[in-house]
Design a protein around this ligand. Sequence first.
Ligand code: TXA
Ligand code: MG
Length: 413
Amino acid sequence: MLINLNNTYLSTIYTVLTYIKIGPLLLKIVKVVLFLNIFYTKKGKKIRNLANKVETLKMLNNRGHTVNTKIWIVDNLVENISEDPKIIEASRLLSNRELVAFPTETVYGLGANALDSEAVKKIYIAKGRPSDNPLIVHISNKDDLEKYVEEIPKKSKILIDKFWPGPMTLVFKKKEGVFPDEITAGLDTVAIRMPSHPVALALIENSKVPIAAPSANLSGRPSPTTAKHVTEDLFGKVAGIVDGGKTGIGLESTVIDVTGEVPIILRLGGITKDQLEQCVGYVELDSGLISEKQTPRSPGMKYKHYAPKAQFILVQGKPEFLQKQIEKAKYEGKKVGVYTVDERKSYYHADIVIAGGSDSDLNTVAERMYSVLREFDHTDVNVIYGETFSVDGIGSAIMNRLLKAAGNHIITE
Ligand code: TXA
Ligand code: MG
């Protein structure tokens, strides 16, 4: 039943009822009745539609979804890339607090002015990144380092001489008052890297500020190694994407804490433990990377990461053993994918079999790993069985990422 009350009438009733001290309670009841009244009228429907629209806009805004994303295709090999108008335009956006994704030699990064708190906050929103996970600051000139860190220990200087520009991130004691809290997530250290990719260097140089750049994927998803991967995750959420083709290494940089006497690897990556030890002697591996019981020192390493959408399980054993897992899953009515290498691609009988490089060249496996994990997302498989790799050289970083992608789910023969 619909009732019709106007405001003057209501306020008179309210004054009388307040006088006899039951006004507030009765007012609540009247408000509910009024709400129901409006709810079922034509006017009410209009108001509800409007409210829904505002709600949707608010939601999209919160998810950073209202942005026009510009895509620039650039040629990495061209000389004087800094003078390319596309790079100049992208750099200008970076200086203007906007997010721009760009290629590095490891994976695509999502850049923002590292000195501007508002710009850095946008990174967390666009990626859906947990706020306790600090960012890497990218520089284009080794000499800038002293502006940002408290000290540059001796061993770190040796590592910088050898591996910068390149896929190595160093964690230093931060200089107070330089970076906003969002960069370091409240830690007293800061992670810094000088990339070697010409596009990354040109953007940093032109924007004239250090650039914070996590991998340009939604939090938890495989890191992007092409601009298409970035588009899949971030189109509509960032101001621009510089498409410089495929990245080279395919795995993120090695993160090393150099604040103590012995350098500690916090994240395995593009540069191996052996390569580091050849330069500075013994290098420790953070125990949190080896044992599930210990919390990793690098906040980002404690999250499930790099995962494709379907369930991903690693299988350690002979190909016959993996084929048995396939049969079991098929029997249960599942569509099955297999992640293998060229050598065994034709061995497996599953719904989708993808080879990501060769067993005898783990660099190609690293280069293509994230791309293969994402490729499965374009199929309808429910479960993916993945082979394991030797942990020699870059293999340890590959296995680290695959175990994370599988949430440590591994079946052993
Ligand atoms: O290759 C790379 O490093 C790429 C490209 C774009 O440069 N970037 C990248 O950033 O992988 P991101 O945000 O996805 O990973 C940064 C890692 C996280 O695990 C984070 O916890 C760690 O570095 N990290 C950053 N600052 C740190 C700090 N002060 N102490 C310890 N770990 C830190
Ligand atoms: Mg990442």
